[in-house]
Design a protein around this ligand. Structure first.
Ligand code: SAH
Length: 354
């Protein structure tokens, strides 16, 4: 039995069932046995892949979007370029390469990375050394200045709680122990003020999810952009409102039972974008835009054609497949969504409907 499973079983036997959020927190972030604490999970040898790892074009067009927003907001001297959960640093490296020729952009930026994983911090350090990044444990310590921020597949890794509708109350899904197995159960139903609005769009037996740790992250972003200007781009899978059980585990690129391999599988949940947009007020939120639509509007196809000119054979084939994978509605193009947050006094960011 893995050390983390043993420790979870001990805790549950001593103190009773734990919430899905407690379970996710320990599985992902336990300092010794947590998923992110112990490995680089990305790429072919890992458990999952992400848009920036599929093609350099993703980071390139996002970099150019950020530079355009910077220009549109008057090109402030001295701003924070930040990423939440930068993985291997691939997106940021591509964004910085693509923006090297935007006059003044690199001179004005300081790179800040919010990252919990020691192995991934090391990968980021190797990749982004030339920009002398400053690491943070949370968004709370980002500098007080204009902020351009990107978060790709970060919010889906934050722990969620799950509630099952029962009458006008909500029964929280809890994780208990039966012999050596972790099993799902339900706490007794209770009314919940924070879910009052969800009584309108749910029925008996449906599940909704909440993500409390997202709130202080958005709060930290909001404060800086309200005070100094800037822009935050959040890309993730999810919808305007979370609906149903979206907790999922990925292990070696396959779906896994979320309770089967604690600490050895990636655990994620869909992002409830409405909750992020609400927490960001009075910042404006763009329309929630499918990733494929955003990338097309930002010119990914022209970039793909330019890159294709120097490719042939199997390289060209995989380049074409990568473009399709990022943009096609049947692949990542529709499942992944983008939300932009910006000050009411600034022009809307390119690529979104205002
Ligand atoms: N953005 C990257 C990686 C996505 S994986 C990409 O698109 O390839 C999720 C990232 O968020 C990893 O870097 C992980 O270590 C980081 N992460 C997860 N939970 C975190 C937390 N609570 N605080 C800081 N970083 C976290």
């Amino acid at each position: 039995m893995s050390a983390l499973r043993a420790s979870l079983l001990r805790q549950i036997r001593a103190q009773g069932p734990i919430s899905v959020a407690d379970y996710m927190t320990q599985c992902l972030l336990h300092p010794k046995h947590g998923y992110y604490a112990t490995r680089d999970p990305l790429g072919a040898a890992g458990d999952f892949t992400t848009a920036p790892e599929i093609s350099q074009m993703f980071g390139e067009v996002i970099g150019l979007l950020l530079a355009q927003v910077w220009l549109d907001q008057g090109a402030p001297a001295g701003f924070t370029l930040a990423e939440l959960g930068p993985g291997r640093g691939t997106l940021m490296a591509d964004a910085l390469r693509a923006t090297a020729r935007v006059p003044g952009f690199h001179a004005a930026l300081r790179l800040h990375l919010v990252e919990a994983s020691p192995p991934l911090r090391a990968a980021q350090a190797a990749r982004l050394e030339a920009f002398a990044p400053i690491w943070h444990d949370s968004a709370d310590t980002l500098p007080d200045q204009p902020l351009l921020l990107i978060a790709n597949e970060f919010f889906d890794a934050l722990p969620i709680r799950q509630f099952l509708r029962q009458g006008a109350g909500w029964a929280e899904r809890m994780i208990g122990a039966e012999s050596d197995d972790l099993v799902l159960g339900l706490a007794p139903p209770a009314p919940l003020a924070t879910l009052a609005r969800r009584l309108d769009d749910t029925q008996e037996g449906q599940i909704v999810e909440t993500c409390a740790p997202a709130q202080p992250v958005i709060e930290a972003i909001r404060r800086r952009i309200v005070a100094h200007g800037g822009f935050a781009l959040i890309v993730d899978y999810g919808d305007w409102r979370s609906q149903g059980d979206t907790l999922q585990a990925l292990r070696a690129h396959r779906h896994d039972d979320p309770l089967a391999h604690p600490g050895e599988a990636d655990l994620t949940a869909h992002v409830d974008f409405e909750a992020l947009a609400e927490a960001a007020r009075p910042l404006r939120a763009t329309e929630l835009t499918p990733q494929g639509v955003l990338l097309e509007r930002l010119g990914i196809t022209a970039r793909a054609e330019a890159l294709a000119r120097s490719l042939s054979g199997s390289e060209l084939e995989s380049h074409i497949a990568a473009h399709r994978r990022l943009t096609h509605p049947g692949e990542m193009g529709h499942l992944f969504k983008a939300l932009g947050l910006y000050p009411a006094t600034a022009p809307p960011p390119p690529g979104f409907d205002a």
